[in-house]
Design a protein around this ligand. Structure first.
Ligand SMILES: Cc1cc2nc3c(=O)[nH]c(=O)nc-3n(C[C@H](O)[C@H](O)[C@H](O)COP(=O)(O)OP(=O)(O)OC[C@H]3O[C@@H](n4cnc5c(N)ncnc54)[C@H](O)[C@@H]3O)c2cc1C
Length: 470
């Protein structure tokens, strides 16, 4: 069988100097060659690995026939944002892992599994470039219905788009000054360029969706206010935007950031263009990042670029208390981080930060070993007594988890939540404990993925349409 085709990438030493996109787009020849590798299985398993069930076999076949517009529409039947998912989906755990070319029992996709996500991105960008519109099925009786969507991340935008395409009047309320949620403030432009997100948001607006930014629901208005304003149903896509901290000494020293704050300063507030933009971020000559997920990889790769822009020799260490195999980050991100010169200290956890005059100077760390699996199914890290050592650093970024923002939940006691503070829903309809109020994305079940958030939003949109009919 022919080898997997990889798109062009910017060389590591070049790409760490700026925030330009690292992975290129397949050329038509590359896309055709990769699509031709697909075995077109009689009983394909790849779609089972996709949280929204895209007909992968069909769109790849359409690529081989050069029916790009039809292939784009095949994806759009299930996925509203192929250009985004083609860039950020952890395909190695999802569709590619389910591809028959992945060996049975492998934890991630095998190397020669079809690059489904790159083909999806090829079509997504084709659809944008050729402004292919998705058929709209507006229904007269729905044009009188108003739905409020709170939060403009992938869940909120997806739900808004689904409803607007049926004719519903949708208003999205977003607390930040820009729409997009994590796609805008969390994932850096070298993975997801801002213009791709902007095109998708413009498309949603063209469907008639109104997006009102700088509006924190729970502060400027409540759920009863939204009923009073005539909304018939509400979708909550609040995400999981509150960082978790380690609770160790020295965490409040200057230049210890949560990854959320660090990434928001850089991605949303353009801190990397300071002083042309008013938000600074302090970058040290030696930085440590704590965590093993996508947030940690993004924070580390952003920090490395800032060091390079500041003229420092790049020096960023990721401290992770388990081993590489347990890291939840996308394998491509780990590979890119390593290529760019980021160092990994596995089986390592900080137990304190120390500094002088209020500024961090070192992380006191401990080595760990792996014990039996915990509730996450991953082997639990156990600290090794007496293994303490120091890592000098002028900055630390904590990427050790995110939880639900409670602003709206605090003023809405009728909304049932679980022990983590996430909203509980009926899994079939995504309806919350309040009739007419639905929820989806990271606010339900905690941190997940973009495509999972969209899957929940689509399910909620279907249930909202049924609810509106009644
Ligand atoms: C740094 C980072 C990198 C990631 N990388 C990947 C990746 O590569 N691939 C992947 O699949 N997933 C990735 N994820 C996870 C993914 O981004 C999330 O699962 C997804 O964004 C969840 O979507 P959401 O719409 O539920 O929430 P969010 O994207 O968090 O959006 C929620 C929105 O609601 C707004 N909001 C919250 N409360 C209110 C309120 N009271 N009133 C008004 N607005 C409100 C917030 O400001 C935010 O804009 C990453 C996450 C992070 C943090």
């Amino acid at each position: 069988m022919k080898e997997t085709i990889h798109p062009q990438e910017i060389a590591p030493q070049q790409r760490i100097k700026d925030f330009n996109e690292v992975v290129g787009l397949y050329t038509e020849e590359e896309a055709l060659a990769e699509a031709a590798r697909c075995l077109q299985c009689k009983n394909p398993t790849c779609s089972e690995g996709c949280p929204v069930g895209i007909d992968i076999k069909k769109f790849i076949f359409q690529i081989t026939r050069k029916e790009y517009a039809q292939a784009y529409l095949t994806i759009r039947q299930k996925n509203n944002f192929p250009s985004i998912c083609g860039r950020v989906c952890p395909a190695e755990y999802q569709c590619r892992r389910a591809c028959v070319l992945t060996k049975k029992g492998e934890p991630f996709a095998s190397k020669n599994a079809i690059n489904i996500h790159f083909l999806e991105r090829f079509l997504g960008d084709y659809g944008i470039k050729n402004t292919i519109d998705v058929p709209i099925r507006q229904q007269e009786h729905l044009k009188r219905c108003k739905v409020a969507v709170v939060g403009s991340g992938p869940a909120g935008l997806c739900c808004a788009g689904e409803l607007a395409r049926q004719g519903v009047q949708v208003t999205v309320f977003e607390s930040l000054h820009r729409a997009g949620g994590v796609l805008c403030y969390g994932i850096p432009p070298f993975r997801l360029p801002v213009d791709i997100l902007d095109v998708e948001i413009e498309y949603i607006k063209k469907l008639g969706v109104e997006i009102i930014t700088d509006s924190i629901i729970g502060q400027i208005k409540t759920i009863p206010d939204l009923w009073d304003e005539g909304y018939s149903a509400i979708f909550l896509g609040l995400g999981a935007g509150v960082p978790t901290f380690l609770g160790i000494p020295g965490e409040n020293l200057c230049n210890v950031y949560s990854a959320n704050e660090f990434l928001t300063r850089v991605n949303l507030m353009n801190a990397y263009k300071f002083p042309h933009y008013a938000t600074p971020v302090n970058i040290g000559k030696q930085m440590v990042v704590i965590g093993g997920g996508n947030t940690a990889m993004d924070a580390a790769r952003v920090a490395l670029r800032l060091q390079s822009i500041a003229g420092y020799a790049p020096s960023v260490k990721i401290l992770y208390r388990r081993t590489e195999i347990e890291m939840p980050a996308r394998r491509l991100e780990i590979h890119h981080a390593r290529e760019e010169g980021i160092q990994f200290e596995f089986l390592t956890q900080p137990v304190a930060f120390k500094g002088s005059q209020g500024y961090i100077e070192k992380a006191i760390c401990q080595r760990c070993e792996l014990g039996v699996p915990d509730s996450s199914g991953r082997r639990r890290p156990l600290a090794i007594a007496g293994s303490e050592f120091e890592i000098p650093c002028e900055g630390a970024i904590l990427a050790v988890g995110l939880k639900a923002n409670q602003v709206l939940l605090r003023v809405t006691p009728e909304l049932s939540t679980d022990t983590h503070g996430d909203i509980t829903v009926d899994p079939d309809s995504m309806q919350t404990s309040i009739p007419g109020v639905y929820a989806g994305g990271d606010i339900v079940g905690g941190e997940g993925t973009v495509i999972e958030a969209m899957g929940m939003a689509k399910k909620a949109a279907r249930a909202i349409l049924e609810y509106l009919k009644k």
